[in-house]
Design a protein around this ligand. Structure first.
Ligand code: HDE
Length: 679
């Protein structure tokens, strides 16, 4: 089922429609429109003879194929996108004049691309990495891009260090290993020598870097921007996306297995959710700081390695984005989408964050090589729905047929059109911030605290989250060959927490710190812990293990209850086709024990039948157990639990018998994972 969305209201969709071609019922032609009679045989001099130069179809087909690839993004190469719309909850007139943030009845079309950062375009989805969260709003005042990540801070404080950072985490140049992973020497060498990365590393080693789904991640604009209202009053602002489904993660073992079993796990999850009508929803939140309060915090609000604790600066929820349509063509839309933090609309402006300032250059620059010239704004996915008029002309692949004699400003021959607009007419006027200073290659002293918020983050984690972080450090640093680097990392993170440093040292074969940790910060920010996030059973995937002879009386009501809770059941058996219950009722099998795996589901229910004698079924259960997932067992299948060495009394293990089985199962599913098993 393909959702066509709000085709009539959605201006962007109408614009895209002009370029769509489904080719159904059409005759095969060349690119010149000539009908072809054959595309399986090249033109030859004799059946066994050489191919002739004259074969224009062969040449055209092959040449086009030879040029099908474009350079992948230098970072964020692996990604996936979806269309949708954004609606503001109430007019934001007091804070910003941005038109798309005024009228709650207006649906602004959006295109979102989620991504990993380090890996190549074909790398696995579930690797430990930051996730990109880039949103293109097609507003009536032009394109606005909010190009964010799922982590609210960044590794470095000045854009000029970005090439160094990226060179360190990409595969090492001499052997191009490892793919899509920071678990190697050059990255940790960079970290140890650039301690401003400490806070970001804490996030990257946390569960945030292995999300369960793109639908279950927060998004952050990271930098401080400005909101400017009609009266010209400005406030500092940070942007947040809050997923309606809450923030949830995989466990590391599962993430690694998924990268092999289903490298497309996140894109499949997003694609299927949208196809099934489970439209992902994210609320837009803003934190605002008055200009006069700029220096009231114990961090510099221009420093991108710092967040604004939500308890100090509350997040005001101002609207919601709904993703309701998959792309028609991944290359045309997702791959060619060109985001840029400098694409703004009146009412949104920049700050002097030195990381943001550098990004304002980099994004257009990268498109010139990636999309092959200066006209990438004319590619359908990038086109503004607001009309485009200027004196820019020509260049590779120009689509617009600009009419008239003049292409310069000022002119009299065409009455000086197109004319600059006044501010009242929507002309963008940069915020008139007063700036003073000497030209220096320096960083402000107020950027020098590298550890306070790393400690704040650590203090805010639950015990389970801390345990996951320790294991993540042990894994990543454990892959580093240089002993000196491993030692430096232990010393660096001793500044964050003594136990953390000791635990890393113990696993990576270097000396533990001998002095107590100098960490002094005792504050915590509960909003940073995923344990405090929204929970629920909706959209969760449940594997129903069933074979011939399963107990239908127990399965059917569970399937109904799951449906009611908005969860999705998949029947898994030994082979595709149909299985029969004890009473002869048929059930269609969706996947087999061979084609699916426990890591692809949020929970498992064993319905019974001949499948319970299979070792693969017992393995399925023990994996689910190991990954803290909800396990339900029918009366027929109790023996399988014993085979999988799972105690029925364990948290999140629900056995049939009580009348409230279904409620208990769904309640357990809604918990996401049962961490108590670990403790
Ligand atoms: Fe990016 N970044 N970035 N970045 N970034 C790119 O642009 C860059 C940074 C982010 O789905 C590139 O089109 C510099 C922070 C996302 O298409 C490139 C610096 C944040 C995406 C680039 C940063 C991001 C990119 C590569 C340091 C979170 C993918 C291809 C100053 C707020 C967008 C491209 C998509 C992509 C440069 C740091 C987010 C090279 C110089 C901080 C989500 O232009």
């Amino acid at each position: 089922m393909k959702n066509k969305g709000n085709a009539n209201q959605n201006k962007k969709d109408e614009q895209l429609e002009e370029f769509r071609a489904d080719h159904k019922g059409e005759k095969l032609t060349t690119n010149q429109g000539l009908r072809l009679s054959d595309t399986e045989h090249s033109l030859k001099a004799g059946e066994r003879g050489p191919t002739l130069m004259e074969d224009f179809h062969f040449r055209e087909k092959m040449t086009h194929f030879d040029h099908e690839r474009i350079p992948e993004r230098v970072v964020h190469a692996r990604g996936f996108g979806a269309h949708g719309y954004f609606q503001v909850y109430e007019p934001m007139t007091e804070y910003t004049k941005a038109k798309f943030l005024q009228d709650p009845t207006v649906k602004t079309p959006v295109f979102v691309r989620f991504s990993t950062v380090a890996g190549s375009r074909g790398s696995g989805d579930t690797v430990r990495d930051v996730r990109g969260f880039a949103t293109k709003f097609y507003t009536e005042e032009g394109v606005y891009d909010l190009v964010g990540n799922n982590i609210p801070v960044f590794f470095i404080q000045d854009a000029i260090k970005f090439p160094d950072l990226v060179h360190s985490f990409k595969p090492e140049p001499h052997n191009e290993m490892p793919q899509a992973s920071t678990a190697h020497d050059t990255f940790w060498d960079f970290v140890a020598n650039n301690t401003e990365s400490a806070h970001m590393i804490m996030w990257a080693m946390s569960d945030r870097a292995i999300p369960r789904s793109y639908r279950m991640m927060e998004g952050f604009g990271v930098h401080t921007f400005r909101f400017v209202n009609e009266q010209g009053k400005a406030r500092f602002v940070k942007f947040h996306w809050k997923p309606k489904l809450g923030v949830h993660s995989l466990v590391w073992d599962e993430a690694q297995k998924l990268a092999g079993k289903d490298p497309d796990f996140h894109r499949r999850d997003l694609w299927e959710a949208i196809e099934m009508g489970d439209y992902p929803e994210f609320e837009l939140g803003v934190q605002m700081i008055e200009e006069e309060d700029e220096f009231k915090f114990d961090f510099d609000i221009l420093d991108p390695t710092k967040l604004w604790p939500e308890e100090e600066v509350p997040v005001k929820i101002i609207g919601k984005m709904t993703l309701n349509r998959n792309p028609d063509n991944v290359f045309a839309e997702t791959e060619q989408a060109a985001f840029h933090p400098g694409h703004v609309v009146p009412g949104i402006d920049f700050s002097n964050d030195p990381l943001l300032q550098g990004r304002l250059f980099s994004y257009t620059d990268t498109q010139l090589i990636r999309l092959g010239g200066p006209n990438f704004h004319e590619i359908p996915i990038n086109r503004s729905v607001a009309p485009v008029h200027n004196n820019q002309r020509d260049g590779y692949h120009r689509m617009t047929i600009d009419r008239g004699q003049t292409s310069y400003h000022k002119n009299a021959l065409q009455g000086n059109d197109p004319q600059p607009a006044t501010e009242a007419e929507g002309g963008y006027v940069h915020y008139q911030e007063k700036v003073e200073g000497r030209k220096v290659q320096k960083r402000s002293d107020s950027f020098k605290d590298h550890y306070s918020q790393a400690i704040l983050f650590w203090n805010s984690m639950s015990d389970v989250e801390k345990q996951h972080m320790i294991q993540a450090f042990q894994f990543e640093v454990g892959k580093v060959k240089s002993k000196e680097t491993r030692q430096k990392i232990v010393e660096m993170f001793h500044n964050v927490d003594g136990t953390l440093a000791k635990e890393i040292a113990a696993a990576v074969g270097v000396n533990p710190p001998t002095e107590p940790s100098p960490a002094k910060v005792t504050a915590a920010s509960p909003a940073l812990s995923q344990e405090n996030s929204v929970k629920g059973a909706a959209t969760r995937k449940v594997a129903i293990l069933a074979g011939n002879g399963f107990n239908e009386a127990e399965v059917q009501p569970l399937m109904m209850a799951l449906k009611e809770a908005g969860a999705h059941a998949m029947v898994i058996s030994s082979a595709l086709g149909e299985i029969k219950s004890e009473s002869g009722q048929k059930l269609e099998v969706n996947q087999t024990l061979l084609t699916s795996d426990s890591v692809m589901f949020d929970a498992v229910y064993v319905a019974g039948g001949d499948i319970v004698s299979q070792k693969a079924a017992a393995d399925f259960i023990s994996e689910a157990y190991k990954h803290f997932k909800t396990i339900g067992v029918s009366s027929q299948a109790a023996a399988l639990l014993a085979k999988a060495a799972v105690q029925p009394s364990e948290p999140g293990v629900i056995t049939t018998g009580s009348a409230s089985f279904h409620d208990q199962f769904i309640e357990a599913l809604a918990q996401h994972r049962h961490w108590k098993r670990q403790l």
